[in-house]
Design a protein around this ligand. Structure first.
Ligand code: AMP
Ligand code: ZN
Length: 469
């Protein structure tokens, strides 16, 4: 089955056909670098990393272009820098570096392009000017505002109707706005805030215009796929479409939204122990802490264990299950490590799941089936079957971005250095005792390993070990 994607705009699963199969383009809204990312923020980059891996496999690695931006202009960044008394660039560099290091631990491949807002101010100013020229934005009191009433399809992505929105508006409206829903494209900066020159005065861009300007500059319009978390549908992505379309003078066309992104994908929200993460509850889990406490692949597996559009509850049992699942798969790879894997494609059932709007839970079931095939083949001594199943398992794992560690190292696991040294030394003594046919000594060492909860596996290349459990 070729790839089908649930498109938020059309509210249905659609066959994915790129505009140009030699250049499939994808944009995902990236982090605002003012603090460590929380575990919910890790869901989009992991989900879209699977999509990118699948697209690269389908269209060829050189025919996919993936951009994920870095928002390095933001009030929260300014506040953090002021609080710490350090330059803004120090804050943004620190949290971007941490983000990238944590992403690497999740096996998230870097995007092809990571545009920073601060590098695209002239492009942003140009796009704002184009929107004004098209009659869809106006300057007032140092601000530039998008005139939502000028764009015929405003509200199409989120399913909101402008008249209802206006009727429901209770917020205090800034005096320079013609319509309460007009949103900022450019705003003046205070003395201590970063600012750039523009035809409307010194200032800085609004949040939404960053993405539409960087998309146009880095990927070109229309892009094939635009992704992000479900909370971005309104207003961020609704506003991106309005800007991107109107900058090209298509405000009144019926299908005008097609001029911007051809498929819209949004992941569902992650909760922690069935509650929304919030600073006031004190249940915000930082990705940075989680990847110190456990292997990044466990975090990745947990994030992919529910379908991306569904909510995902993060809790201890999810983590235990994820660790157990990976242990089982690594166990099969380890047990069959002497047998060379064939270079094969993933099996049809795996592709059917993953191409069905990224059904990762279904795809994971195929991995378990393959690990069972490996175990059966090993038991039956059917080495051809093992070589095949290993090859298919490895092919599936490279699309999901898991099983990238050395199986022996994985199974030895989270063991303290002291224990590792002791076990390695016991194994050496055991090998020496066996070579000398000193069976009482070999037994004594085995008992000691048992006490340490260590399982020894003798293989063709010597003994390896893992913790019981
Ligand atoms: P932010 O830094 O808040 O703009 O968020 C970065 C990305 O994480 C956006 O795509 C958000 O939609 C997404 N996101 C934020 N919170 C969650 C959550 N609890 N669950 C899933 N995705 C989230
Ligand atoms: Zn964005």
């Amino acid at each position: 089955m070729p790839l089908h994607i649930h498109d938020t705009l059309r509210r249905e699963k659609r066959l994915f056909t790129p505009r140009d199969a030699s250049r499939v383009s994808l944009y995902v809204c990236g982090p605002t670098v003012y603090d460590y990312a929380h575990i919910g923020n890790a869901r989009p980059p992991v989900v879209f990393d699977v999509l990118v891996r699948l697209l690269r496999r389908t269209y060829g690695a050189d025919h996919v272009i993936y951009a994920r931006n870095v928002t390095d202009v933001d009030d929260k960044i300014n506040q953090k820098a002021a609080r710490e008394g350090v330059p803004i660039s120090e804050v943004t560099a620190r949290y971007e570096a941490a983000y990238l290091a944590d992403m690497a631990l999740l096996n998230v491949s870097p995007p092809d392009i990571a545009p920073h807002v601060t590098d695209y101010i002239p492009a942003i100013v140009d796009q704002i000017q184009a929107i004004i020229d098209a009659g869809c934005a106006y300057a007032a009191e140092g601000h530039v505002l998008f005139d939502v009433s000028s764009y015929k399809n405003y509200g199409a992505l989120s399913g909101r109707n402008l008249d209802d929105m206006i009727a429901g508006a209770r917020v205090e409206v800034a005096p320079y706005k013609k319509n309460p829903h007009d949103f900022v494209l450019w705003k003046p900066s205070k003395a201590d805030e970063p600012s750039w020159p523009s035809p409307w005065g010194e200032g800085r861009p609004g949040w939404h215009i960053e993405c539409s300007a960087m998309i146009e500059q880095t990927l070109g319009l229309p892009i094939d796929i635009h992704g992000g978390g479900i909370d971005l549908v309104f207003p961020h992505h609704e506003n991106e479409i309005a800007q991107g379309v109107c900058a090209h003078g298509h405000a009144h066309g019926d299908q005008a939204h097609d001029e911007y992104a051809r498929y819209w994908m949004h992941n569902g929200f992650l909760t922690v122990d069935a509650e929304k993460m919030s600073k006031s509850i004190g249940n915000v889990l930082l990705l940075h802490d989680l990847v110190q406490a456990m292997p990044g692949e466990v975090v990745r597996w947990a994030l992919l264990s529910a379908h991306y559009r569904q909510p995902l509850d993060w809790n201890q049992s999810l983590l235990d299950q994820s660790k157990k699942s990976l242990d089982r798969l690594y166990g099969a790879l380890h047990r069959s490590s002497g047998i060379e894997a064939l270079d094969l494609d993933p099996p049809a059932d795996f592709l059917k799941s993953i191409e069905d709007d990224l059904n990762t839970p279904g795809a994971m079931a195929s991995l378990f089936a393959l690990s069972s095939e490996i175990e059966r083949g090993m038991t039956a001594g059917d080495l051809d079957a093992v070589a095949q199943a290993r090859g298919r398992l490895i092919a599936c794992a490279s699309i999901l971005g898991v099983l990238q560690a050395d199986p022996a190292a994985w199974l030895e696991g989270d063991v303290s250095d002291d224990l590792r040294v002791e076990v390695d030394s016991l194994l050496e003594q055991r090998a020496a005792a066996r070579a000398a046919k000193d069976w009482p000594e070999a037994d004594r060492i085995r008992d000691r390993l048992n006490e340490l909860n260590v399982v020894v596996m003798d293989g063709p290349d010597g003994a390896t070990w893992r913790m019981k459990g």
